[in-house]
Design a protein around this ligand. Sequence first.
Ligand code: GLU
Length: 469
Amino acid sequence: MAFPLFDMTAQVRTRFAPSPTGFIHLGNIRSALYPWAFARATGGTFILRIEDTDLERSSQAAVDVIIEGMKWLGLDHDEGPFYQMQRMDRYKAVLAEMVAAGHVYPCYMSMAELDALRERQMANKEKPRYDGTWRPEPGKVLPPVPEGVQPVLRFKNPQGGVVAWEDKVKGLIEIRNDELDDLVIARPDGTPTYNFCVVVDDIDMAITHVIRGDDHVNNTPRQINIFRALGKEPPVYAHLPTVLNEQGEKMSKRNGAKPVTQYRDEGYLPDAMVNYLARLGWSHGDDEIFSREQFLQWFNLDHLGRSAAQFDEAKLRWVNAQHMKAMDDTALAPLVAEQLAKRGITADGRLSRICGLFKDRCDTTVALADWASAFYADVTPSPEERAQHITEAILPLLATLVEQLSACAWDKAGISSAIKETIAAHGVKMPQLAMPVRVLVMGTAQTPSLDAVLELHEKQTVLARLKNA
Ligand code: GLU
């Protein structure tokens, strides 16, 4: 039994080969993350290949989301994007070599005959498969070639023996060649079919490790046989288990999976997303929160999970919150500025300090932008909070505070003593003043410490809001 022998001295070359037939979701992009990480972790090369041969279902918009999503997550590719539709001449040239070498043969079986064959097999409780009618064998007489029929080309699958590979996720997989019928590798119009193109690409792109979803396990023995017919040894395979959605179904856009780029718009950080996706099918001990650098230091193909992983949005939010906490305020600020820009707000130099003050309370940059917008746009306290906190009794306190703040130096110490003076003058406790001030200035009574919040506002804004009691 021959296993693909990988020369460990050779450079690792991995690829992500999405079909742009729908907007790429988290389950799909995980199949980009691992080959990217493996290439980066080993100093190898990562290739992007767009499998766009399904003309009816492929779209440029879907390609754009793939490229944009990968860019957002920092999954940079070294080669490509290669488009299969632009490689048709190459596939046809290899097909011609296969014909010349006798690895393929024309098959004239019509659709109606194939259907009839299938029905007979089903009736006999056999697995439906092509029966080799047109497969040339020494001494075999083939049926007369029907007139005016363009044949398909079928691959002469080896007969007898097994195809086996040591899958990096699933372990040893063995398929008997007798289970595999002769695959159509070119349609009547001469266009090559999917499995053939994949093999030609993986050979031409010198791919050493194919890391992909396990919906392709059934294709693998066929692809391995085509590799060998072309005189090449197949790469190492790692077939990743499915990603399930929160309902436990296979994640798919048909059941509501969001395009990857939507998570960017919802305020997730690329590093948090990489962290979360990495854990969705791979582990490094009990580590839940790690940086991109740590991930690349740790990643290998030996700790890929064997069972399906389930998406959990609450956990994603938690991971995002941890990354926001750990992130430098100056690095966080431009991301929050982007969110503010979408609301027509232009931020300024205060934003990184605002981020520092509020980021512990937020799990997305959108939530952080909600807080930050109070510093740049009008706030409207909820009628309930107004009714609860802005009472007649509080108005004289607010008047004193306005007086004190108008005269004080606009820094934390100055503001803090203005607040203390006001409390002392009226003989009240801190919360009696702080709550209404928060409601008027920030729109809500739950904020970080008052002097820190006020200091980050412009003085005129605070005075105007307090006078609006
Ligand atoms: N184009 C295939 C898909 O999107 C991937 C093929 C491969 O990785 O070999 O599922």
